[in-house]
Design a binder for this molecule. Structure first.
Ligand SMILES: *[C@@H]1O[C@H](CO)[C@@H](O)[C@H](O)[C@H]1NC(C)=O
Ligand SMILES: *[C@@H]1O[C@H](CO)[C@@H](O)[C@H](O)[C@H]1NC(C)=O
Length: 730
């Protein structure tokens, strides 16, 4: 590449002259087949995903500083359309949603930004980042050649680009943004959408490039990304990947550091040795940009988790944990990898690798040139055995599945399997300050009939009713039983088919059972024997959404809620279909209308004191208490292990959904990804998927913090406790 290299240096010089002559202080970011070119220089860049709404603005600076100390050059974030435009034309860029402040925080730390606008982002985020109102735009069809969709998508994308331009945040304006993404992992749906998908993909690339940002655009997982858009790779491994043109750089937009999980699922861990190996393998083959997804995963506060069933924690086994603490050895080992790579940067950017076999399963990748010096990567692809290889008359010991990095072609600076950083364990410890006495408030079932405004024959789709303003929709109907009914001596069987996601069945106000789907199969059937009495019986079904679908073709058309049929078996006159009789609907909970979670409103309602009602494990109950902020400065969490399923708020801010009743069943396995070594392994067997819930420090005041819990099925609120997360050497 010596020739290409000097051509690019000449070009860089030209660009610099041009910029100077136009008296601009910065060049556009460009690229060649080797790497991105920033200010006329090729670069090997390490990047990490940190999503601004998944932490608090008070955490951002610390997270970014840790990322920089960890050897990263770039912070990558999606842009989260649904939090920014909660209703059409009404924008919110405040607090956690202040994307400009986040980017400036990265800039002030001296780092670059990769802005993945999408605006479809998947991301285990509610509805894949789309606002739910978008689903109700007449004639809309998501992510395809559809005018209403294209109009809305273009409008939002242009708005974001314009915001960045006004703030001078693109590198071409002297800002930190060196790269932007349009769409997200489009290839899989394009295949399903056929010609319309291809047309849409080309249109998307056109509008992106047409915005003239002066920095390149990427499309991840889109093999056909048209010039000048760069197609990039997402995966556990990307050494098999090449861009669709030789003059585009080889970039890895998502190197998965771990994995997300769903309520009822296991937690996952990715061994750092495997992650480091995959990165070294990508760079030795010619890769020049690696983004860790996630570097800090954070928290799905409120009802932002996607799914269905994605848990509130988005820890991801990332180098920085959900709470902003450094996870060792993951963080430190990657930092060592980045330091070793930086020592090789000149060699990597000035030569193409020459591959020398060192054995059947061993290779050397050598980058050597007069201008860049020499760097070598020695690899052992055996999964089980150590090998001693000879390279340029010296011996090197390579552990299985590892790569040694020799920045001077002589001395080993780093081996991906030799972890020099000690392991640290996280634990939750009790605090000196406890919670004050609890009060409770019975949500009850009765509200539905009293206030129901909607009564129709048949079952209605849930999102059409709630517009996702709440997780909850009541479906209520009644069944008359005559005095002569004998039920054949047994209680009748109620069957309910739901399109998702969870449901609690109340018969005459009493909880008679619950059912729920899974992330893979959100539809579920409930079948349970119920007690009916002579006269009118009220059947109340509380349908609960647990995060909206964030991927799949045309997921906007997927239904939620009780789809039917609803039948009653075992009556004297046979099975009765209730699906088409009169149903009453109530959107949301009484406590939601009363804003029981808000400090000002928590005085309203008939709250009862601890002694009278607390022990009973009542379903549909609100709980509240107060606490003083702990003096210690460790991150805080609520231990919700004694509860069932619901939501929790601190000082009116939603911590998120909890669901501790659902424990992980079988566990302990590892998964593979076309490799012979596990890329992720299950952990925390036999425990609830998520027991602890992050309480951001900045949401607390010194005294009298209001904690409100809404419990759906029943739990013991007296055993909820505030804990601190701390680190100890293993
Ligand atoms: C920088 O990019 C902008 C927008 O794409 C373009 O209009 C401009 O000509 C470019 N400038 C240079 C010096 O290449
Ligand atoms: C949504 O509700 C409206 C009336 O509230 C109804 O006309 C429409 O058919 C419903 N759509 C779906 C998909 O259920």
């Amino acid at each position: 590449m010596e020739g290409a290299s000097s051509a690019s240096i000449r070009w860089a010089l030209l660009c610099t002259l041009l910029c100077l002559s136009l008296s601009l202080s910065h060049c556009n970011v460009t690229y060649d087949g080797r790497s991105l070119i920033i200010d006329g220089h090729r670069r090997i860049l390490f990047s990490g995903s940190i999503h601004y709404p998944r932490s608090t603005p008070q955490m951002w600076e610390g997270l970014v500083r840790k990322a920089k100390d960890g050897g990263l050059d770039v912070i990558d974030t999606y842009v989260f359309w649904n939090v920014h435009e909660p209703s059409p034309g009404n924008y919110n860029f405040e607090g956690r949603y202040d994307v400009v402040r986040f980017i400036k925080t990265v800039r002030d730390a001296g780092m670059y930004v990769h802005l993945r606008i999408g605006p479809y982002i998947c991301g285990e985020w509610n509805f894949g980042g789309f606002p739910v109102w978008l689903k109700f735009v007449p004639g809309i069809s998501f992510r395809t050649d559809n005018e209403p969709f294209k109009l809305a998508m273009k409008k939002f994308t242009q708005k974001i680009v314009q915001m960045m331009k006004v703030e001078h945040l693109f590198q071409s304006q002297g800002g930190p943004i060196i790269l932007s993404q349009i769409e997200n992992e489009y290839e899989p749906v394009k295949k399903i959408f056929g010609e319309a998908g291809k047309a849409y993909m080309n249109w998307v690339a056109n509008i992106a490039v047409g915005m003239g940002t002066g920095v390149p655009w990427v499309m991840c997982k889109e093999d056909d990304a048209p010039d000048p858009v760069i197609n990039t790779c997402n995966g556990f491994y990307c050494d098999y990947f090449s861009p669709n043109k030789p003059y585009k750089p080889t970039m890895w937009t998502e190197a998965w550091t771990g994995w997300f999980t769903d309520f009822g699922g296991p937690l996952y861990k990715r061994p750092v040795e495997d992650l480091a190996f995959s990165v070294a393998r990508f760079i030795q083959k010619g890769g020049s940009f690696v983004n860790y997804y996630m570097y800090h995963g954070g928290t799905n506060f409120g009802r932002t988790a996607g799914g269905p069933f994605i848990i509130t924690s988005y820890d991801y086994d990332a180098p920085i944990d959900e709470y902003g603490l450094i996870r060792q050895p993951k963080y430190g080992h990657l930092k060592d990898l980045h330091s070793a790579m930086k020592l090789c940067e000149r060699a990597l950017l000035n030569a193409n690798p020459v591959v020398e076999p060192l054995g059947n399963y061993e290779q050397a990748h050598v980058f050597s040139s007069t201008s860049g010096g020499c760097a070598a990567f020695l690899s052992n692809y055996r999964t089980n055995s150590n090998v001693r290889v000879t390279f340029r008359n010296r011996h090197y010991d390579l552990p299985p599945w590892s790569i040694s990095i020799l920045p001077d072609c002589v001395n080993e600076a780093f081996n991906t399997a030799k972890v020099r950083v000690g392991t640290m364990e996280f634990q939750f410890l009790p605090l000196k300050t406890g919670l004050k006495p609890w009060e409770s408030f019975n949500e009850g079932v009765s509200f539905v009939e009293e206030d129901s405004k909607i009564s129709v024959a048949g079952l209605l789709e849930q999102l059409n009713m709630t517009r996702d303003a709440t997780d909850y929709l009541w479906y209520t109907t009644s069944v008359d039983i005559s005095p002569s009914e004998s039920f054949g001596g047994r209680s009748p069987l109620l069957r309910v088919q739901s399109a998702g996601h969870a449901m609690h069945v109340f018969i005459n106000g009493q909880l008679s059972g619950s059912a729920f789907g899974t992330r893979e199969k959100r539809r579920f059937n409930f079948a349970g024997n119920i007690n009916l009495r002579v006269g009118t019986n009220r059947i109340s079904l509380l349908s609960v959404a647990v995060g909206l679908q964030n991927q799949g073709s045309h997921f906007e058309s997927w239904s939620t809620g009780i789809a039917g049929p609803v039948t009653l078996e075992g009556l004297d006159r046979g099975t009765r279909d209730l699906s088409w009789q009169k149903w009453s609907y109530k959107v949301g909970l009484k406590g939601e209308y009363m804003n029981l979670h808000l400090p000002d409103s928590s005085q309203s309602g008939s709250w009862m004191h601890e002694s009278s009602i607390m022990q009973k494990q009542q379903p549909l109950t609100w709980y509240k208490t107060y606490f003083d902020a702990p003096e210690e400065d460790e991150p805080l969490a609520l231990d919700m292990g004694s509860m069932g399923k619901g939501q929790v708020w601190i000082n009116g801010q939603s911590i998120g959904r909890y669901w501790t009743a659902l424990a992980k069943g079988e566990c302990g396995g590892c998964s593979y990804s076309g490799t012979y070594r596990p890329v992720r392994c299950q952990s925390r067997c036999g425990h609830p998927t998520q027991q602890w819930y992050h309480v951001p420090r900045s949401w607390l005041k010194p005294t009298d913090n209001l904690l409100v819990v809404f419990e759906e099925i029943g739990g013991d609120a007296l055993r909820i406790s505030l804990m601190k997360r701390s680190v100890s050497a293993a």
